[in-house]
Design a binder for this molecule. Structure first.
Ligand code: BTN
Length: 244
């Protein structure tokens, strides 16, 4: 059966889901909580997770994929998230690789963590946080300009249960399509929903900083950036700043 593990409070649903998966939890089991006391963002950042207003969950996945294709699942989730937000009449777009934004401000984030051998994925933990009903007072001041919530954008409260079931339905549909057909339909939908492609960007990776025009994502989900010198650089992980 596909279990849902509900908690009032957790340090991080990703951490709990990772432990459960390591103990043998099945594909499709989900950990969800009302608040996180140590919510994790990408690149070692904190994910602000106030109680009672937002959505924080992690799904355990056991995909039949080689480890180098696991990042495709993050783009699958970004597509499902953007579509669910758009269904609520919000103009949600995806900023590469997986920030979901409305009016250029972040409303949702995805953090995937995996356990794998060089040739085989054991499991993937897909963590999703969505700012549904949080107000500016729920965020540290430094996020005031860069983060928002769906209710702030829509000017009305958002029903968390309905949003969650709609999102899980879409996630399952896109995961099934990805499993049956492959990454290409996901890539096409991602491109339609993206705010990054065609933009002049600055990309910060672990090693370097790069400037150019974001032209495309390739079959593996990597960002292709055309530098001013005309080179095409392939970026697999990093932070993107849209320059204009
Ligand atoms: C990002 O930096 O954009 C990723 C944010 C991911 C946040 C979610 S909330 C549920 C899950 N548990 C965590 O600790 N992080 C993810």
């Amino acid at each position: 059966g596909q279990q849902i593990h509900f908690h009032e409070s957790l340090p991080s649903t990703n951490v709990t889901a990772f432990q459960l998966a390591a103990e043998g939890a099945e594909h499709g089991e989900v950990v969800i909580t009302e608040q996180q006391t140590a919510g994790k963002g990408r690149r070692g950042r904190v994910w602000t997770s106030p109680p009672g207003v937002n959505l924080y969950f992690s799904a355990i996945l056991r995909p039949e994929l080689p480890p180098q294709r696991a990042s495709e699942l993050t783009l699958v989730a970004a597509v499902a998230l953007a579509e669910t937000l758009r269904e609520q009449d919000a103009d949600a777009r995806i900023k590469w690789p997986n920030d979901v934004q409305i009016d250029g401000r972040k409303v949702a984030g995805i953090l995937t963590e995996l356990s794998a051998d060089p040739d085989q994925v054991h499991f993937v933990v897909l963590g999703v946080g969505v700012n549904l009903n949080s107000g500016p007072e729920d965020f540290p001041p430094e996020l005031a300009e860069t983060a928002t919530s769906l209710s702030r954008v829509l000017g009305r409260r958002v029903n968390r249960a309905l949003f969650t079931s709609s999102l899980w339905g879409r996630l399952e549909e896109w995961m099934d399509l990805h499993h049956e057909v492959g990454f290409e339909p996901v890539r096409q939908r991602w491109v339609e929903l993206s705010s990054t492609l065609g933009q002049e960007v600055r990309v910060r990776t672990d090693r370097a900083e790069l400037r150019g025009v974001a032209e495309d994502i390739d079959a593996a989900g990597a960002l292709l950036v055309r530098t001013p010198e005309g080179r095409l650089e392939r970026v697999l992980a990093g932070d993107v700043e849209q320059v204009r």
